[in-house]
Design a protein around this ligand. Structure first.
Ligand code: NHW
Ligand code: EN5
Length: 388
C-alpha cells in the first residue's frame, strides 16, 4: 500500500490500538557521525539548492513554484496562494536553519521544480517537551508528479534535520498516510456570501435567496467586548503567560516562550492579526484571539481571481465567553475585507462553530508525528497545535 511510508519510523496501521506499545520515540537517535553526510541522489537532470529566504529573488522563485503548484481542493477550484511576506515569516522563526529550506532545480533551465521546508519547534506531548521540526510546503511541480520525487525530498529534509540532532517532526496533510494522531474538520464562516457563491466556494442553501443569505451572515460594524484591542509589542510577556497556561490542557501543543510569541503572534500586516482583551478596570490581559492570512487563487472564475481567507490560529478565553471573543474576531476580519473565516475543530473551537454560523467544509486535515508514537488517536479537541 505505502511503499515509502512503510519504511519510515511512523505509527503503522497494523499497530493502531496496540496498547502495549510504549508512548515516545519509535527509533533511538543515532550518533551524528553516522548520519549520512552527502545529500540523497536526485535524477541526474536535477540538483539540490538551499534557499536563502532573505533573498528577494529566491523568495520570488519559491513563491512562483507554490503559486502554480501547491495545494488545491478536491475539485481543483482553488489553490493556496501564500504571500512572500507570509513565507518569510513562516520560514524564519527563532532558531531557524537555512539548511532546512530545500529546493530542487532543473540543471539546464535553472527553474525550481520542487520544495520542502522545516522549522524548529518545541512541541509538548503530555508532560514531555520534544525538539521537533515542523515540515511544510512540500511541493513537486505538476509536470513531475508520480515519479517518486516526494520520498527523496522527505528523506533529504529528514537527513538535514538529523544533522541538527533533532529526531522528531510534526506535519499536517489533506491526504491519509500512516498514521494520523488526529483528523480535523475544516469549518467555514461566510463573510462575503455573494462572492463565495459566485466563485463556487459555497452554494445558496435550499429555500434561501441571495438577500436572505446576505442578511444571515451580516455582522455588526463594531466589536462588542470592552477593552478589545490589537496586540502590541509590550503585551508579549502577558500573552505568553496567558497562552502557556491555556495550552497546558491539550495533549499536544507548542511550548511557546516569549521569543516565539513575539515572532508567531505579534501582528504583521497581511500575515497575522492578534487581538486581546485588556480589562478596563484592572488592565489585566484576560483573553486573546488571532488569525493568519492565507488567500487562495480562484482557478475558474470570470469575475474574481483571489479569495481572501482568514484562518483561526490561537485563541484563549478566561473572562470573555469564547463565542463573543470569536464573534469580535469575525467582525474585525470582515472589516479587513476577508471573504471567509476558516477554523479547524481543534482546542475549544467546537463550542463556537455552530453558534457563529460556521459550516463544515469538504476538506479534512490530518495531523502527524514522525518518529514519535502516541498511545491512541486523539480527539481534535485534545490538540493544541495549529500549523500554517
Ligand atoms: S501537506 C501539502 C503537500 N503538498 C501538496 O499537496 C502540494 C500539491 N502536491 C504535490 O506537490 C503540508 C505532490 O503531489 C506531492 C507528492 C509533493 C505532495 N505528505 O513523488 P510521489 C506538507 O507540506 C507520499 C507526505 O510519486 P507526488 C507536509 C505518498 O503517500 N507524504 O508523489 C509534508 C507516496 O508514498 P507511499 C506524501 O504526487 C510532510 C509518495 O509520497 C504526501 O508526485 C512530509 C508518492 O511520491 C504528503 N502531503 O508528490 C512528510 N503526498 O508510501 C514529513 C504524497 O504512499 C515527514 N505523499 O507510496 C517528516 C520529515 C522530517 C523528519 C525529521 C526527524
Ligand atoms: C497544511 N498546512 O480542501 C495544508 N479546503 O474545507 C495542507 N472547501 O476550502 C492540507 N471543492 O468546503 C490542506 N466550501 C488540506 C485542505 C486543502 C484545501 C481544501 C477545503 C476545506 C475548502 C471549500 C470549497 C470547496 C470547493 C469545492 C468548502 C463550503 C463552504 C460553506 C460555507 C457556508 C456554510 C457551509 C460551508
Amino acid at each position: 500500500r505505502h511503499k515509502f511510508w512503510e519504511t519510515q519510523p511512523v505509527g503503522q496501521l497494523k499497530d493502531l490500538g496496540d496498547t502495549n506499545l510504549p508512548e515516545g520515540p519509535i527509533e533511538a537517535p543515532t550518533p551524528l557521525s553516522e548520519v549520512k553526510q552527502e545529500p540523497y541522489n536526485l535524477p541526474s537532470q536535477y540538483e539540490w539548492i538551499t534557499c536563502d529566504m532573505d533573498s528577494e529573488e529566491m523568495c520570488n522563485e519559491v513563491y512562483n513554484l507554490l503559486t502554480s503548484n501547491y495545494v488545491e481542493d478536491d475539485e481543483n477550484m482553488f489553490r493556496f496562494n501564500y504571500s512572500k511576506e507570509f513565507l518569510q515569516w513562516a520560514l524564519r522563526p527563532p532558531g531557524y536553519f537555512r539548511s532546512w529550506h530545500i529546493g530542487v532545480r532543473a540543471k539546464s533551465s535553472k527553474r525550481m521544480v520542487a520544495f520542502i521546508t522545516g522549522v524548529p519547534a518545541r512541541i509538548r506531548v503530555r508532560e514531555t517537551i520534544v525538539n521537533m521540526a515542523e515540515i511544510n510546503f512540500l511541493c513537486v511541480h505538476k509536470k513531475l508528479r508520480s515519479k517518486r520525487l516526494a520520498p527523496v525530498m522527505i528523506k533529504e529534509v529528514t537527513r538535514r534535520v538529523h544533522l541538527e540532532n533533532i529526531w522528531q517532526a510534526a506535519y499536517t496533510a489533506g491526504v491519509v498516510i500512516p498514521t494520523p494522531i488526529t483528523i480535523c474538520q475544516y469549518w467555514h464562516r461566510s463573510l462575503n456570501p455573494k462572492k463565495l457563491i459566485d466563485v463556487g466556494f459555497s452554494r445558496l442553501g435550499a429555500r434561501m435567496t441571495m438577500s436572505r443569505t446576505i442578511k444571515l451572515y451580516k455582522l455588526p460594524d463594531q466589536t462588542a467586548t470592552p477593552g478589545f484591542r490589537k496586540m502590541e509589542p509590550h503585551d508579549v510577556p502577558a500573552v505568553t503567560r496567558l497562552l502557556r497556561n491555556y495550552l497546558r490542557q491539550f495533549v499536544v501543543s507548542p511550548d511557546f516562550d516569549e521569543n516565539d510569541v513575539e515572532h508567531w503572534l505579534l501582528p504583521k500586516e497581511n500575515v497575522v492579526d492578534s487581538f486581546l482583551v485588556e480589562s478596563p478596570e484592572t488592565h489585566e490581559i484576560t483573553d486573546f484571539c488571532s488569525f493568519y492570512t492565507l488567500p487562495s487563487s480562484i482557478l475558474g472564475s470570470q469575475n474574481y481571481t483571489a479569495l481572501k481567507a482568514a484562518y483561526s490560529y490561537y485563541n484563549v478565553s478566561t473572562k470573555t465567553p469564547l463565542t463573543q471573543l470569536m464573534n469580535d474576531a469575525l467582525i474585525v476580519a470582515k472589516r479587513k475585507d476577508f471573504d471567509v473565516f476558516n477554523a479547524l475543530d481543534v482546542m475549544h473551537n467546537e463550542t463556537f462553530l455552530k453558534e457563529l454560523k460556521f459550516g463544515p467544509g469538504d476538506g479534512k486535515l490530518h495531523y502527524y508525528l514522525y518518529n514519535y508514537r502516541i498511545r491512541r488517536v486523539l480527539q481534535p479537541s485534545e490538540l493544541g497545535l495549529v500549523l500554517l
